[in-house]
Design a protein around this ligand. Structure first.
Ligand SMILES: [Cu+2]
Length: 683
C-alpha cells in the first residue's frame, strides 16, 4: 500500500492548489518556520562539562536510601539563560538546577556501573509554560507545570522509568502510574518525586529528560534534558591500556545538538498570532510552530469547520538555529592531539550527518562557512547509545561515508587533530535532509539555498554546527590512542554479528510483526501510530493497523523471554524507534512491496541486508526506513533492585494486567506525542 503521505507528495501541486482557496493565508506562510533574527556565528566558546553544571550529591539526606547509594536532590524549574550575546533577552527555559543555579542542560551526572544513584526531583515549575500548548491532544489538559523524568537508555525498574503516566505536579497531583514515593520515599513533600537508578549496565552516554503525557515535546524543547554518563571497569581498562581519554578527561568533548528558533524582534510581522497566544513572550525566547501550515505539511484530511486550530500540534518541528551544549553556534579550540567526541542528537525531529570539513577561508565570514569538498579528519567510531561497538568502525570512509544520527542516537568517536595544520579552522558540517530521508529545502538553512536565503557568517543556519580552531600543542604529547581490533564490552551481546552480513534470526526465537503507520486525526492533521500486523477493525479497513498509546495493550512479554521484532515501516519517513528497558541488536533490514502488505508477512523485495557497521552491538534507538522492515533482537529481563517493585496500578485498573509498565516509541518528539507510542509490558 502506498501511504497517503507518499501519495500526497506525488500530487502536491494539485493538492496545494485545491487548498489555496480555503487556506490562502497559510500558503503565504511558506517560510513561517524561520523566525530567528540574524545571529553572528562562532563568537562564543563551547560550554563544556563544568561550564554546564555537574550535579552535586547530597550529604546527610533525610530520606530513605540503601547504603552505598549516591543521592541527589535536583530541582526542575523555570529560569533564563543568555544563549547568544546578540539575543535581546536571556531565553526563558525550563530545566534542572540545584541551589537556585540553573543553566541550559545543567544537572550532568557521572555514575559508575553497579553504584546506584537515587534522586529526589523537586517540581518547582510555574504554571506558565514558555511555549504554546495545543489542548486537543491526549494529556495536554492536565496541567502545564506537570513534569516527568525518563532516564533515556537507563536499565531501571518501571517505577523509576518515568513513563508518560508517571508525571507529577508541584501540588502533589500526579498521573495514574506515579507510585515513586510510596515505594522509595514515603515522607516526600508534595512537589517531590523519588527515582532509583541501579546503573547496572555497561559504559555509555545516556541522558535524562522530560516524558510527561501530552507535553513531552514542549518540555524537552523548553530545556528539560541533561546528560548522564555511565563508566565501568572495561572503559577504565581502555583508558589505562589503550590511552583512551576517560569519561571526564579534558580531551573527551561532549557535544549535544539541538535545533531551536528564537522569537524575532519583528514577531508582530513574522508571526502575527504569536503575541496574542503568548502574551508574556519576549524577543529572544524560544519560538515553536503552532499552526498546522498546509503549505508545509500535507493538507488537512478534511476541511474543519471554522478557522484552523491555533495552537495546533505539528507533524514535526525543525529549527533554524543550531545549538551545541546549549549555546548558539559555539567555537571549540583543540590542540594538535587526539580527542574523543561523544555526540548526542537532542533535536526534536532533525537527523544529523555531522562530519569535519575545512572552512572556506581564514577571515570572516569565510571562516564560518564550510567547504564541503575539503574533508577534515575522519571519525573512528567506538560506541553508540548502547556502549562500545563490537569493533571500531571507520566512518567518513568508503564503507560508511557518514555518521548518521537520528534524534536520540549517540556516537562515541575518536578524532585525530595531530596532523591538522596549526591555525586551521574546521566546521562540523551537517546536510542531512529534513524530514529524513525525503527532505524539504525549506528546513535546510544555508546561504546558497534560495528557499532560505540566509547570509554568510550569520544564522539562521542548520548546516554549520560548530567551528573548531586547531592550535599548536602546548606541553607534552599524549601517549597515542591504540584501539583494540575488537571490544569486549561488559554486557555480552545476544548474538555475534559479522560486519556487512545480515544476522539471521536465532533458532527458536519467535518473531513479532509490528507496523509504523500514518493517518489523520479528528482534525484532519497528520498523525503517526505504532501498531501490530493485525488491522484494528478488519471488516472496515484491512490496511488500518495504527493504535493509539492509550488503546489496549498488545506488547505483553513474559520476563526473561527473547524475541525478534520485525517492524514494518508503512510511512514515508525514517523513524528512530526507541525502546525503554531493553537494548536491541539490529539483525537486518529488508525492502518489501508496500502494495502487497495487508497483514501477516510482507511481500519481501530482494534479500535481507546488514545493518551499518556502526549499528552493530547494542542499540536502543534504531532508524527504521520507509519501504523496509527492520529486525531487532532483544531479551526482556527486569533489573534487580534491593526493594520490591509493585505491579503498575494503571495497568491493573485500565486493562486488568499485572506487569511492569514501559513504552516503545518514535523519538521524533512530535511523532511520539501524536501518537507514535505504545505500552511495553513485561510480566
Ligand atoms: Cu516517527
Amino acid at each position: 500500500m502506498i501511504t497517503r503521505r507518499e501519495f500526497i507528495k506525488l500530487s502536491a501541486a494539485s493538492a496545494a492548489a485545491l487548498y489555496a482557496s480555503t487556506y490562502g493565508r497559510y500558503l503565504l506562510d511558506v517560510f513561517a518556520f524561520s523566525q530567528s533574527d540574524q545571529l553572528k556565528k562562532f563568537i562564543q566558546p563551547l560550554r563544556k562539562v563544568g561550564d554546564i553544571p555537574v550535579a552535586i550529591p547530597d550529604i546527610g539526606y533525610r530520606g530513605w536510601w540503601q547504603p552505598g547509594v549516591t543521592h541527589y536532590t535536583i530541582d526542575i524549574g523555570d529560569f533564563t539563560d543568555q544563549l547568544h550575546p546578540d539575543l535581546p533577552n536571556p531565553t526563558r527555559l525550563r530545566g534542572f538546577g540545584q541551589n537556585g543555579i540553573f543553566k541550559h542542560l545543567g544537572g550532568i551526572i557521572a555514575a559508575k556501573r553497579g553504584e546506584p544513584v537515587q534522586i529526589t526531583f523537586r517540581n518547582k515549575l510555574s504554571g506558565t509554560h514558555p511555549l504554546p500548548i495545543d489542548r486537543t491532544i491526549d494529556g495536554a489538559d492536565l496541567g502545564d507545570n506537570r513534569v516527568d523524568v525518563h532516564l533515556h537508555g537507563g536499565y531501571v525498574p518501571w517505577i523509576s522509568d518515568g513513563g508518560p503516566h508517571a508525571w507529577w505536579s508541584p501540588d502533589g497531583t500526579h498521573g495514574p502510574s506515579f507510585i515513586n514515593n510510596s515505594v522509595l520515599n514515603k515522607s516526600a513533600a508534595k512537589d517531590e518525586a523519588e527515582f532509583y537508578y541501579p546503573n547496572n549496565q555497561g559504559a555509555r552516554l545516556v541522558w535524562y529528560h522530560d516524558h510527561v503525557f501530552g507535553l513531552t515535546r514542549l518540555n524537552a524543547y523548553a530545556g528539560i534534558a541533561s546528560g548522564y554518563v555511565i563508566y565501568d571497569d572495561y572503559e577504565l581498562s581502555l583508558v589505562a591500556n589503550n590511552n583512551l581519554p576517560g569519561p571526564l578527561d579534558p580531551r573527551t568533548v561532549y557535544l549535544v545538538f539541538q535545533d531551536k528558533i528564537f522569537v524575532s524582534q519583528n514577531i508582530a510581522v513574522t508571526d502575527p498570532t504569536w503575541p496574542t497566544i503568548m502574551p508574556n513572550s519576549r524577543p529572544g525566547d524560544l519560538w515553536y510552530a503552532h499552526v498546522y501550515d498546509t503549505a508545509r505539511y500535507d493538507p488537512l484530511d478534511s476541511a474543519p469547520a471554522g478557522p484552523p486550530l491555533d495552537p495546533s500540534v505539528v507533524p514535526e518541528f525543525f529549527g533554524d538555529t543550531m545549538l551545541v551544549n546549549g549555546t548558539v553556534y559555539p567555537v571549540l579550540e583543540v590542540e594538535q592531539r587526539q580527542y574523543r567526541f561523544r555526540l548526542l542528537n537532542a533535536c526534536q525531529a532533525r537527523f544529523l550527518n555531522p562530519r569535519l570539513v575545512y572552512a572556506q577561508g581564514s577571515t570572516f565570514p569565510a571562516n564560518t562557512e564550510p567547504k564541503p569538498t575539503a574533508s577534515g579528519p575522519a571519525f573512528i567510531q567506538i560506541g553508540t547509545e548502547g556502549g562500545f561497538l563490537p569493533a571500531p568502525a571507520m566512518v567518513n570512509g568508503p564503507k560508511q561515508p557518514f555518521l548518521l544520527l537520528a534524534p536520540a542516537e549517540r556516537a562515541d568517536v575518536i578524532v585525530d587533530f595531530r596532523d591538522v595544520p596549526e591555525g586551521s579552522t574546521l566546521i562540523l558540517y551537517n546536510d542531512a535532509p529534513a524530514p529524513f530521508p525525503m527532505g524539504d529545502a525549506r528546513n535546510d538553512y544555508y546561504p546558497n539555498n534560495p528557499k532560505t536565503a540566509t547570509i554568510p557568517g550569520y544564522g539562521p543556519n542548520t548546516r554549520t554546527l560548530l567551528q573548531i580552531k586547531v592550535k599548536a600543542r602546548s606541553g607534552a604529547a599524549d601517549p597515542p590512542i591504540t584501539l583494540p581490533a575488537t571490544f569486549t564490552p561488559t554486557d555480552p551481546f545476544l548474538v555475534t554479528q559479522t560486519p556487512g552480513v545480515p544476522t539471521p534470526v536465532p533458532n527458536g526465537v519467535p518473531i513479532r510483526y509490528l507496523t509504523l503507520n500514518e493517518d489523520s486525526d479528528e482534525h484532519g492533521r497528520l498523525i503517526q501510530f505504532l501498531g501490530t500486523d493485525q488491522p484494528v477493525n478488519p471488516g472496515d479497513d484491512p490496511f488500518d493497523f495504527g493504535r493509539g498509546y492509550i488503546d489496549s495493550v498488545t506488547e505483553m512479554i513474559p520476563a526473561g523471554s527473547t524475541e525478534v521484532w520485525e517492524i514494518i515501516n508503512l510511512t514515508g519517513d525514517t523513524h528512530p524507534i526507541h525502546f525503554h528497558l531493553v537494548n536491541v541488536q539490529v539483525l537486518s533490514r529488508q525492502a518489501f512491496f508496500a502494495s502487497r502488505y495487508a497483514g501477516g508477512q510482507p511481500g519481501y523485495k530482494g534479500s535481507a541486508f546488514a545493518p551499518d557497521q556502526n549499528e552493530l552491538g547494542w542499540k536502543e534507538t534504531v532508524r527504521m526506513n520507509p519501504g523496509e522492515v527492520t529486525r531487532v533482537l532483544m531479551k526482556f529481563d527486569l533489573p534487580v533492585v534491593p526493594f520490591t517493585v509493585p505491579a503498575s496500578p494503571r495497568l491493573q485498573n485500565q486493562y486488568g494486567i499485572n506487569g511492569a509498565e514501559y513504552v516503545w516509541h518514535c523519538h521524533i518528539l512530535e511523532h511520539e506525542e501524536h501518537d507514535m507510542m505504545r505500552a511495553l509490558v513485561v510480566f
